[in-house]
Structure formats: structure tokens, C-alpha cells
Design a protein around this ligand. Structure first.
Ligand code: SAM
Length: 236
């Protein structure tokens, strides 16, 4: 269970109302109950509820269970999608080890605005489910041109291009072994011709095809992040 307050091994930690409600009323835990918790920076701890009131809860850490894991080098840049698909995509990106989520506003992006709190809530839920101890950094949306302009040239940008004529995506990814990689997925309407030409003109861009069928953006996200997770993912 993620706790927003910094975990202090030597003291009692008062949870915020939302967490107290979740522990006491949703999970129906009571005083003396133990659970595993993390705050995103201090590793994983076993904790015990030492005080439970109507909507107030204080815990104490009893045992360190896992050391903090370093964030992976895998970043995920994506054109925002409509809410349900975006929720799904954020959760899958966390499960696949993405340590940074960068929304990119492209010409055909059809989403008026992005709920950062909702993205964070989905990231926390996915981290709790899959045992990730570092929450991904969720960046503010940037426009496509600004994204490319500011891109860290030491990284490789894996451009998921349904029109790529790359012989073998696996060879292309194998050539990136040891590099920090950002995956880029377009909107449901795809990248515009100009955006695609701009991407293909950059030396740090590595276009890959994910196969002959056109996937929905959230499907393509799982496909490419699963590939990155088992090829360049620095968890081994
Ligand atoms: N332009 C597509 C069309 O003509 O229908 C639609 C884009 S697709 C729904 C959304 C995004 O998923 C694309 O921009 C691309 O990043 C990714 N994608 C989908 N299928 C892919 C494939 N086979 N290979 C690589 N990327 C793919």
C-alpha cells in the first residue's frame, strides 16, 4: 500500500484522510493489523496500525522487507488518449517498468485536457499491484516540437511507426542494448506526415514496426514496452 507521507522508521506516521479511509474502511483493517507499505523512496516496509479512529490512522514501521529499487531507464512518451484507454495505458506502462511518463500533444491528438491526478492515481494502483517501489515521474504535457527539441540526445527514441520498413524490430532494439530508451506512441489518428518526417530525420530516433497490423495506441504501448522490458530493461 502506497503511503504519500515519508516513511520514518523511528516514529509513528499519521496517514492522510484518504489513506486512513482506505485502510480502515475499504480494507477494513483495525489496530494491530500489519500490512506492507512503500512511499516511493524508502524501500518496502512491514507496518502496523497503532491507532485507528473514525478517519484517522497512525502506523509504525516494524521491519524493512525490501531495499528501494532504482527507477529503470525506460521512459514512455505518448499522445494522450480518451480517459479509459489512458487509464489502462498508464497502468500497463507502470507494470512494464516505465519510470517516466511524458504526454506529447501531436497534431492529431484528440484529447482536450489530461487529468494529472488521475494519471498519478492509476500509476499508484498499478505500482501497488505489481510491486514496483518507485512511482513513475509523470511530466506535464508538451507539444510535439518542444518534445523533440528538448529530447536528451544521449537517449534513444524508439518511434513506433506502423509504416516502418525496419527489417527486424528485435535487431533494432538489440542495437540499443545498454542505452536509455524512450518509447514513443502516436494518437489514435496517428502521427501527421510532417511529424513522421521530422522523427525520421533525427539521428536519435529508432523507428520500429510492431508487426503488419495497425494496433490501437494502448495495445501498441503494451507491445513496445513489453519488448523494451525484456531487451533493454535494466532489471537483470
Ligand atoms: N495511423 C494509424 C492508421 O492509419 O489508422 C493509426 C495510428 S495507431 C491507432 C496509434 C499508434 O500506435 C501509432 O501512432 C503508432 O505509434 C502505434 N502503432 C500501431 N500499430 C503499430 C504497428 N504495427 N507498429 C508500430 N507502431 C504501431
Amino acid at each position: 500500500i502506497f503511503v504519500a507521507n515519508k516513511l520514518d522508521p523511528d516514529g509513528e506516521i499519521a496517514l492522510d484522510t484518504a489513506q486512513a479511509h482506505y485502510l480502515l474502511n475499504v480494507l477494513r483493517l483495525s489496530e494491530g493489523a500489519e500490512f506492507l507499505t512503500f512511499d516511493g523512496t524508502s524501500g518496502e516496509w512491514r507496518a502496523k496500525i497503532v491507532k485507528a479512529r473514525k478517519s484517522a490512522c497512525t502506523i509504525r514501521l516494524t521491519e524493512k522487507v525490501r531495499e528501494q529499487t532504482a527507477p529503470t531507464g525506460i521512459h514512455y512518451a505518448f499522445a494522450p488518449l480518451k480517459q479509459a484507454r489512458l487509464d489502462y495505458m498508464v497502468q500497463k506502462a507502470v507494470e512494464m517498468g516505465a519510470s517516466l511518463l511524458q504526454p506529447v500533444i501531436t497534431q492529431h491528438t484528440a484529447v482536450p485536457r489530461l487529468g494529472a491526478d488521475r494519471m498519478k492515481a492509476n500509476a499508484i494502483e498499478a505500482a501497488e499491484q505489481c510491486g514496483v517501489l518507485t512511482l513513475p515521474e509523470i511530466k506535464a504535457p508538451v507539444k510535439f516540437a518542444a518534445f523533440l527539441q528538448a529530447f536528451d540526445k544521449d537517449r534513444a527514441l524508439v518511434f513506433c511507426d506502423e509504416r516502418a520498413e525496419v527489417a527486424s524490430p528485435l535487431d533494432a532494439l538489440a542495437a540499443l542494448s545498454g542505452r536509455k530508451v524512450t518509447a514513443l506512441i502516436g494518437p489514435e489518428g496517428g502521427f501527421s506526415e510532417n511529424e513522421r518526417a521530422d522523427l525520421l530525420s533525427r539521428s536519435f530516433v529508432c523507428p520500429i514496426s510492431l508487426g503488419p497490423r495497425i494496433m490501437r495506441a494502448d495495445t501498441a504501448a503494451v507491445a513496445v514496452l513489453a519488448l523494451l522490458n525484456v531487451t533493454v530493461g535494466d532489471w537483470r
